[in-house]
Design a protein around this ligand. Sequence first.
Ligand SMILES: [Zn+2]
Ligand SMILES: [Zn+2]
Length: 201
Amino acid sequence: MRRHQIVEHSCFGSFADSGSMYKGEFNAAFEERCWSDKARTCVKFRADLVKPIERFVEMCELDPKVTTAREMDELNPIFECRTCSSVEKGRLTMTWARAIPHPCAQRQKSIKTKTFVLLDEHESSQVRFGMALEENRAIRKACRIMCPNCKYRVSGHDKYLQHMREEHGVLEVPDLLDLDYHYTPSDDTTTPLYRFFPSAR
Ligand SMILES: [Zn+2]
Ligand SMILES: [Zn+2]
């Protein structure tokens, strides 16, 4: 299987050790490098995950042969792993993208075993709301933010406020937009797992 090279701009970080076929002139000319550089391969095909993907699509009563990832993203089903759920810890819920690499997904040989269950729309909307809050919190805590004044990059919102205060004397920092947060291709931006309470079903 061949895939297109995907390039990232050099402002994502150092690209001196690129193992890319475009090493040299391409990097020099465009200051870009490829995701598939040997040093940091970010795009790969996982044959072992094909079956788990098919099962999650089937649980949504869709045909895995024709359903696209975008359709699944738009549907945004929420699954619960029953193996990992407990009264004390809550119900372990996840998006379909997060469910695929979840270790229990490999062990689920058939959807009849009910290792995973698809939540109904009422519960799913509660989980999505909770996930969004947690995701937002995690981004503010850990994501890189570039200072608009000096282009220095800091990790996390608190450090950003500190940088603006100490380096530029700015006390009133305007709210950040999504664009101000900088991701690299190796960042995992999948919606995190979510512990859902109440645990009784
Ligand atoms: Zn599990
Ligand atoms: Zn700055």
